[in-house]
Design a protein around this ligand. Structure first.
Ligand SMILES: [Zn+2]
Length: 330
């Protein structure tokens, strides 16, 4: 592990009420959020924190050079993906601390130091700064649109593929590995497979995000299935967790040909169907040809990042991929 100064975590109903005490000693807190959440929650949050709280409403685009944007002594990222990512980037650029207040459990980035940034049509990960605190209010998260919860479940179950591939990469490509981080992420995965309630899901996405930050790279939580999702992002397709989950059984199909697959594609598909996640090309508004092109692109992403892919390990050819697509039943 690269550091032992973990983020503090509070997961509770009405956790937001604690914000007043948490911000004691800070004079200029700024809260980054989007317009919808501002309209829904600004009264509540301002009534807890008081007049000193400033708001920064962001739109679709994440601003990159944020150093001159703020005059604050602590940043709150209040939202799902973009607001949290924006807070991370601002905290890094201005060298001040930030607090993650996720309003949905949609992906493990709510607890990590890595921001997802769009550049020239591609989404890529940028290392920022870990939050001082993760404050997860289960009442607020309960109120999030249901597809955001599905995305969170998807991001967690994708670890069935990323973890197996990480062990494969340790043994065949000498990639850096940490057994404590592995155990944490695996426990997060197991927890959700056994109980997909919001409370368990929130705990799992936070644990996975923190584990990733402590390891210093996304490798434990991101393998070929994530690279396929990054390739899908070229078309600005679907939610992160929905995409990585969709690609997971494909990757696990090949993992079964090694000694490293702990979870079968069938087992993960059963979970996805039970939760009513998209599992077919039709449900994903995708075609076999586009998916094959995404896989092709994903292999290039993995090579570029020096990450060992299960597809490389089994020397997967075009016809093997067609067979995998058929077997999974996309
Ligand atoms: Zn992810």
């Amino acid at each position: 592990m690269t550091s032992n100064c973990s983020s503090k975590v509070i997961v509770a109903r009405e956790a937001i009420e604690k914000l007043d005490g948490i911000l004691e000693g800070y004079d200029k807190p700024i809260c980054v959020t989007d317009l919808l959440l501002y309209e829904k929650y600004s009264k509540l949050v301002s009534s807890i924190v008081g007049e000193k709280l400033e708001w920064l409403i962001i739109n679709d685009r994440i601003a990159k050079n944020t150093k001159s944007m703020i005059d604050a002594d602590i940043i709150l990222g209040f939202g799902g993906g973009r607001s949290i990512d924006q807070a991370k980037i601002m905290a890094r650029d201005s060298h001040i601390e930030w607090i993650s207040i996720p309003t949905a459990a949609s992906h493990d980035g709510i607890a990590s130091e890595v921001a997802s940034v769009m550049h020239n049509g591609y989404r890529y990960s940028e290392k920022c700064k870990r939050p001082k605190l993760i404050l997860a209010d289960l009442d607020i998260m309960d109120d999030a649109p249901p597809h955001l919860r599905l995305s969170g479940l998807g991001d967690v179950i994708s670890k069935a593929s990323s973890l197996a591939e990480w062990r494969l990469a340790r043994d065949y490509a000498d990639e850096e590995y940490d057994s404590d981080v592995y155990a944490t992420v695996e426990a997060a995965l197991e927890a959700v497979l056994t109980n997909s309630s919001l409370e368990v899901l929130v705990g799992s996405v936070i644990d996975a995000g923190i584990a990733m930050s402590e390891f210093g790279s996304s490798r434990p939580c991101s393998g070929t299935e994530h690279a396929i999702s990054h390739a899908m992002d070229r078309r600005n397709h679907n939610l992160h967790g929905i995409q990585v989950a969709f690609a997971t059984p494909f990757s696990l199909h090949f993992m079964e040909q090694t000694d490293y697959g702990k979870y079968s594609p069938t087992e993960i598909l059963r979970f996805m169907k039970r939760e009513e996640m998209p599992v077919t090309f039709d449900e994903m508004d995708l075609t076999r040809e586009l998916f094959l092109d995404d896989i092709d692109h994903a292999i290039r992403i993995m090579n570029k990042r020096n990450r060992y892919s299960v597809l490389k390990h089994v020397h997967a050819k075009h016809e093997d991929m067609l067979l995998a697509i058929e077997k999974v039943g996309y």
